[in-house]
Design a protein around this ligand. Structure first.
Ligand SMILES: [Zn+2]
Length: 186
């Protein structure tokens, strides 16, 4: 088994209590993109994904047409063996907010595949208006996803679609040089 395969097998949606509260979100300016990134390296990587991967681009287009806002950020408290995770934050004035936390991986291409994997989960949320909080997200994922593990910190769920998206993006980026100063696994 290759290292890449191990990483993707461990990629999961982990349902945890959000580490910041919905009080942080006051208003939602209409001219802001639905995928929001503040870290410069992550923004650069994201742009490379948009430029190089049609699958990545179509996920973002679907999110931009949705009521789901995604905060994409590096995970300062990365869990061992977890490459990325999506958490439902809150629903405010008809907009649903989720956060994707990304752990350092071995290459920019792997990180983009993982971002795409998690963006697919955000699309899954967008397609299901019944998801309005952590509890309803858990309920829905138990129905259309599958259990991928459980621990003291939460329940890990995943979908086949997200795994396939990661492989598609990996394929699309295979022959493209990605010059991004990304934090990588040591
Ligand atoms: Zn997943």
């Amino acid at each position: 088994m290759t290292p890449t395969r191990v990483v993707f097998l461990l990629s999961i949606v982990l349902l945890l209590i959000p580490s910041f509260s919905s009080a942080d979100i006051v208003t939602d300016p209409v001219d802001m993109p639905n995928v929001r990134i503040t870290e410069p390296w992550l923004r650069q990587l994201y742009q490379a994904g948009l430029a190089g991967s049609p699958t990545f681009r179509s996920l973002v287009e679907r999110l931009e047409d949705s009521d789901v806002v995604v905060y994409l950020q590096t995970d300062p408290r990365a869990l061992l063996g977890v490459a990325g995770r999506l958490t439902f934050l809150s629903m405010v004035a008809g907009t649903r907010y989720v956060v994707i936390r990304l752990s350092p991986l071995r290459s920019p291409a792997q990180q983009l595949a993982m971002i795409g994997h998690e963006l697919q989960h955000a699309v899954e949320v967008a397609e299901r208006p019944d998801i309005v909080d952590q509890e309803s997200m858990l309920r829905e994922y138990m129905r259309f996803g599958y259990l991928n593990g459980a621990s003291a910190s939460g329940v890990a769920l995943d979908t086949k679609a997200a795994t396939e998206v990661a492989w598609q993006i990996t394929d699309e980026l295979r022959d493209q040089p990605l010059v991004v100063a990304a934090p990588l696994l040591p």
